[in-house]
Design a protein around this ligand. Structure first.
Ligand SMILES: O=C(O)c1ccccc1NCC(=O)[C@H](O)[C@H](O)COP(=O)(O)O
Length: 261
């Protein structure tokens, strides 16, 4: 059993508990009552002249443990926005990432840039919930979902006015993402089964993703050289967590990544 299987099993338990508080039918009605004509701001925000930045609000991770003892999540999100982030990723997984849905809700209510719910989606309930929390996008991890389910969840998210970032790790998963009709495909440099980070993974898989589909490189980005390498490989957007979370001055850190200065 991999850590990803363990996290996914726990997500199923979380969903079962959440349904006891707010049943599926009620959550669906709440989500459907919200505006679905959003214009897909997350997708729009990632389409730039140059590489765009999704900055992640992440207190902890299974591979690193606690990353930020002091975790003023709202302040961090505001600093990301002021620093020029194009979108914000908010971890809502509580056990290994110490996230919470309320963090996403507060952040989405405060900043003007789009937010993605970063979680381990194993049930449609979490997609409706993401909408009620103010998410503009959700993460769908290919290795957790078969292709028909992936397509169904992506279409559900889009019917609610949210985009889906479809996360892959190898060529087979990229093929599944394309088959599921993904318009935003991420390649994670971190193997979610054993935590190893191979920074070249996203650049290697870039040619498999059709032009026009937004290509996101995820995890392990640390330096301006990394950004340059990804830029050269044709990356549209990068998702950065730990490097920015550990930086005391978010603007300086993001400027440094962008320009090398
Ligand atoms: O970060 C982990 O340890 C991890 C372990 C198992 C599943 C997912 C995990 N991380 C989720 C992510 O994909 C990252 O938070 C995201 O890409 C940012 O990565 P980084 O810039 O390396 O913090």
């Amino acid at each position: 059993m991999t850590i990803l299987d363990t996290i996914a099993d726990y997500a199923r338990i979380r969903v079962a508990e959440a349904k006891k508080q707010v049943p599926l039918e009620q959550m669906r009605e709440r989500a459907k009552a919200l505006d679905a004509n959003t214009g897909f701001p997350f997708e729009q925000a990632l389409r730039g002249q140059d590489i765009t930045f999704i900055c992640e609000v992440k207190k902890a991770s299974p591979s690193r443990g606690i990353i930020a003892e002091d975790f003023p999540y709202l302040q961090i999100a505001k600093e990301y926005e002021a620093a020029g982030a194009n979108a914000i990723s908010v971890l809502t997984e509580p056990k290994w990432f110490k996230g919470d849905g309320s963090y996403l809700q507060e952040i989405a209510n405060t900043v003007s840039i789009p937010c993605i719910r970063k979680d381990f989606i194993v049930d449609e309930y979490q997609i409706y919930e993401a909408k009620t929390l103010g998410a503009s996008a959700i993460l769908l991890i290919v290795s957790l979902l078969d292709t028909p389910t992936l397509r169904r969840y992506r279409e559900l998210a889009e019917s609610l006015g949210m985009s889906a970032l479809v996360e892959t790790h190898d060529d087979g998963e990229v093929a599944s993402a394309i088959e599921a009709g993904a318009t935003i495909i991420g390649v994670n440099n971190r193997n979610l089964k054993d935590f190893t980070v191979d920074f070249s993974n996203s650049a290697r898989l870039r040619p498999l993703v059709p032009q026009g589909t937004i290509f996101v490189a995820e995890s392990g980005v640390e330096t301006p050289e990394d950004i340059n390498e990804l830029r050269k490989a044709g990356t549209d957007a990068v998702l950065i967590g730990e490097t920015l979370m550990r930086a005391t001055d978010k603007k300086q850190a993001l400027d440094h990544l962008k320009t090398g200065c």
